[in-house]
Design a protein around this ligand. Structure first.
Ligand SMILES: [Zn+2]
Length: 480
C-alpha cells in the first residue's frame, strides 16, 4: 500500500483486530492474536494443539503471523503455553508476561514438554515412521527452559503495561494455581479473555473472581466490556451434584474392602493436589482411615509445595486447615516417590495401599507400570478421576474392556474400575452464567475453547439474552 494517499489518509483509523489462531471450534491450541491500531502484535496464550493427528499437525505449520511484540499467558497448562518454546526458539517473541505462579508451574511443564517432544522424535527415528529423516523434535527440553527464562511473573491485580496501546490486569480464574482471566485495555477498549474459567466452591482453589467490578484501571474496572472471549469446554454440560469428597470416601472404602491396591491415574499438577487435599481432609474428619498413600511422580512432588506458597489462590478450606496447624496436602501416611528405583520397588508391594501417578488418562507415565502389574488382580481398584478422552487407555478401562494393550503386550483386566466425576477444573455452563451475571452484558462475545456442540449450545443460550455472540472459525479475523 502507498504511504502517501493525500491528507485524508491521516484520519483513516486502522482497526484493532483479533485473529483466532487456535482453540477455535476445538479445545486445544489456545492462541489469539491481537493487532493494535499501531501495528503492535500481542499473542494471548501460545498453546499446543493436542489430540487428533490433524490438530497436532498444526503445531508444525509455519507461524505466519510474524514477530510478536509480546505474549500474554492466562495459565500454565500446555494447551495454553506449550507452543511458546517453539516460538521463542524461532526468535519470534518479544516479552512474555504471566502471573508468578504460572511462571513457576511452566518451569516444570515446559522443559518436560520439550523432553517428551525429544522422546517422540527418538521413537520415530527408531521405528522409522517419520516423514522426515531424521525426525526432529518440535522443540527440546533446553528450548522449554529458555522460554521459561523469558517469562515475567506478575501478581494478580497489578496493571502491566505490555506494549504501546496494550495493558493487562491478571485476575484470579480459579482453574489451576496462578490461572487468570485477562482484563485488557487495547487501544482504549476493554477486552476480557476468560482463559480457562474455574469452578465455585472447589476444595483446593479460591473461587474465580467476578469479572466486574475490577480494580487497577482508571474507572475501577466498572466500565463496560467491549468484547469478551469466553471458554466453552462445558457449554453443553453440567457437573454432577454429588460432592467429590463423598465419591472419594466411597471409592477408598470399597478399595480397602477388596484388599488390593487403589490406583489413581491423575495429572501431576492440579488433580494430584486436589486429591491430596481431599484425602487429608477426609482423614482429618475421620471419614477415611490413615492408610499408605504414594504419589509416584517427580513432577507432582515438585509442584505440590508451590500450592502452599500462593495464599492468593487458596480456598477457605485450605486456609482453615493451615490455621489449625494441619498440613493441608500431607495425608498422615503419604510418601512422595521421586526416583525410578523407588518407583520400581513400589511395584512389589502387596495388600492395600494407594498410588497416585500420571498420566491422567493412562496414556503414559508411571501409572502404566502399576496398571500392568495390578490390572489382572480382582483385589485391585482403578479410580478414574478426570475426563478420559476417546481412544485413551483410561477411556477403554472406563468402557469396561476385559483386556488392554500395554507396552507391547495384552493385559487381562480383572480389577474393579470406577469413575469419579466430581472433579473438573472447568466451570460448566451454569457456573459460567453465574460468572457472567456479575458483569454488564459485553458488547460482543466470541466463544472459544469448546467442541462445536458445546459452542453452539452456549451461542444459543447467550443469543437468547439479546447478546451479540459468535463462535469464530480457525484463523478468522475480526475488527474490534
Ligand atoms: Zn487449562
Amino acid at each position: 500500500m502507498s504511504r502517501s494517499r493525500g491528507p485524508r489518509s491521516r484520519f483513516r483509523r486502522v482497526p484493532t483486530t483479533l485473529t483466532f489462531l487456535g482453540a477455535a471450534q476445538t479445545v486445544t491450541g489456545s492462541r489469539h492474536l491481537l493487532t493494535t491500531s499501531s501495528g503492535r502484535k500481542v499473542l494471548i496464550d501460545a498453546g499446543l494443539f493436542q489430540g487428533r493427528r490433524e490438530l497436532r499437525d498444526r503445531n508444525w505449520a509455519p507461524f505466519t503471523s510474524g514477530k510478536l511484540d509480546a505474549v500474554v499467558l492466562t495459565h500454565a497448562h500446555i494447551d495454553h503455553t506449550g507452543f511458546l518454546p517453539r516460538l521463542c526458539a524461532q526468535g519470534l517473541v518479544g516479552r512474555v508476561v504471566c502471573t508468578k505462579a504460572t511462571k513457576e508451574l511452566a518451569g516444570l511443564l515446559l522443559p518436560d514438554s520439550g523432553h517428551l517432544q525429544e522422546e517422540d522424535a527418538r521413537h520415530a527415528n527408531e521405528r522409522g515412521y517419520s516423514k522426515h529423516d531424521p525426525a526432529l523434535p518440535l522443540y527440546t527440553a533446553a528450548d522449554g527452559r529458555a522460554a521459561v527464562q523469558r517469562m515475567e511473573g506478575f501478581a494478580y491485580h497489578t496493571p502491566v503495561a505490555v506494549v504501546d496501546g496494550v495493558s493487562v490486569i491478571f485476575r484470579r480464574a480459579g482453574h489451576i494455581l496462578g490461572s487468570a482471566f485477562l482484563d485488557l485495555r487495547v487501544d482504549g477498549k476493554r477486552i476480557l479473555f476468560s482463559g480457562d474459567l474455574g469452578r465455585y466452591g472447589t476444595p483446593l482453589l479460591a473461587d474465580p473472581e467476578d469479572p466486574t467490578p475490577g480494580a487497577g484501571f482508571a474507572g475501577g474496572g466498572a466500565e463496560p466490556i467491549d468484547a469478551m472471549l469466553l471458554e466453552c469446554t462445558y457449554g453443553d454440560k453440567t457437573h454432577p451434584e454429588e460432592p467429590a469428597a463423598d465419591q472419594l470416601t466411597k471409592a477408598v472404602g470399597g478399595a480397602i474392602a477388596r484388599g488390593g491396591p487403589l490406583l489413581i491415574p491423575a495429572f501431576a499438577i492440579g488433580r494430584t493436589q486436589e486429591l491430596l487435599f481431599l484425602w487429608r481432609r477426609l482423614e482429618h474428619e475421620g471419614r477415611i482411615p490413615k492408610v499408605p498413600l504414594f504419589v509416584d511422580s517427580p513432577m507432582a512432588t515438585d509442584a505440590t509445595p508451590l500450592y502452599l506458597q500462593h495464599p492468593e489462590d487458596q480456598s477457605e478450606g485450605v486456609r482453615t486447615l493451615l490455621e489449625q496447624q494441619v498440613r493441608p496436602l500431607t495425608p498422615a501416611r503419604l510418601t512422595f516417590v521421586r526416583g525410578g528405583a523407588e518407583s520400581a520397588k513400589l511395584l512389589d508391594r502387596t495388600g492395600f495401599f494407594a498410588v497416585i501417578a500420571a498420566s491422567g488418562m493412562a496414556t503414559g507415565g508411571r501409572i502404566l507400570g502399576h496398571l500392568e502389574r495390578h490390572l489382572p488382580s480382582a483385589a485391585a481398584t482403578v479410580l478414574l478421576v478426570g475426563y478420559q478422552a476417546e481412544q485413551t487407555r483410561g477411556r477403554l478401562l472406563q468402557d469396561g474392556v476385559k483386556q488392554i494393550k500395554m507396552r507391547g503386550g495384552m493385559v487381562q483386566v480383572r480389577a474393579t474400575v470406577q469413575t469419579m466425576s466430581g472433579f473438573s477444573a472447568h466451570a460448566d455452563w451454569k457456573e459460567e452464567e453465574r460468572w457472567l451475571s456479575k458483569a454488564a452484558p459485553p458488547g460482543r462475545v466470541f466463544l472459544v475453547h469448546g467442541e462445536p456442540a458445546a459452542l453452539e449450545a452456549q451461542r444459543v443460550r447467550l443469543s437468547a439474552k439479546g447478546w451479540r455472540v459468535e463462535a469464530p472459525q480457525p484463523d478468522a479475523t475480526v475488527a474490534l
